[in-house]
Ligand binder design. Sequence first.
Ligand code: FNR
Length: 368
Amino acid sequence: RMPILEQCYNLMDFEAVAKNVMKKTAWAYYSSGADDEITMRENHNAYHKIWFRPRVLQDVEHIDTSTTMLGTKVSMPFYVTATALGKLGNPEGEVILTRGAKKHNVIQMIPTLASCSFDEICDAAEDGQCQWLQLYVNKNRDITKRIVQHAEKRGCKGLFITVDAPQLGRREKDMRSKFSDVGSSVQSSSGDDVDRSQGAARAISSFIDPSLSWKDIPWFLSITKMPIILKGVQCVEDVIRAIESGVQGVVLSNHGGRQLDFARSGIEVLSEVMPVLRERGWQDRIEIYVDGGVRRATDILKALCLGAKGVGIGRPFLYAMSAYGLPGVDRAMQLLKDEMEMNMRLIGCSKISDLNPTLVDVRGLSMH
Ligand code: FNR
């Protein structure tokens, strides 16, 4: 029997329910990672290698979890990251995530491969609600330019270019499920003929340009005033290159373990990146985000202590939406908020700007 919503006490609980109630093909698409799924597993496990060094007697009566991301004030330091094919999990699709994000004043990143059309997702947002666009770069740059400029006109406040997917990863669980209704599940892909024998992911991604390179960044900077953020950066050399190329941010991400297996977790990469940036005095030249495996407020707090501006969360909101619709997404976000307040209190921080590297012990990470 399906547990009632009030019996979900943390983000992992939604996953267990979703697995039972979702269609097999949909579950395969959402839950799969690349190859042996080692990176997917490590994304969350890496957080278990970091421990807190709380400070006591800090007057934590009032806790403020709010912060800013790319200049937008948000109530909590996470955003709903872009995940394709929302209608696989819920017939209403991504607009449910839009409404949940609105209720909790957090940002939603709209995927290129959403099930709802881009305009439907924008229309579902209320006045002043911040959304970002996740971009898969089309081989046809006229199409890319049109998508970007339309997003800017509709008020998107950030352009997240996915750079870790020149080719879609091999997600075997997804391939085995031989996805058959892909065509009807995606609105905004290129409309190319799809090969359905390769699973949902590969079927919809043939338009993505594998020749994309650093040389293209000036062009992106020239076609939009939105801040540009590279999503899927995985080492400090590329963070430095991103800063030098003039973009405003990076997401340290391995695409939720769906691309290169044995890519390191975002939190591991963050611990490589920040000391180098601090050494150069460059830590304020770029906003650094992390995603992958974030399931607890303690995960969020660890990333922020190490220097992230915010974190992206993907699957947990998909699972909450698939299992319970908007009330599920609402509860998932509320649980995170409650966890945030309690854990900030317990580590002795009353506001986000109090978080700093001395509050964590990272000797267990493999870098150290
Ligand atoms: C994704 N992700 C993703 N990223 C992206 O840039 N474009 C996309 O279309 C998608 N689609 C997508 C679908 C599904 C089902 C998942 C689970 C993920 C990756 C996503 O933005 C993010 O990097 C990860 O989901 C973060 O990991 P967690 O929170 O899911 O563990």
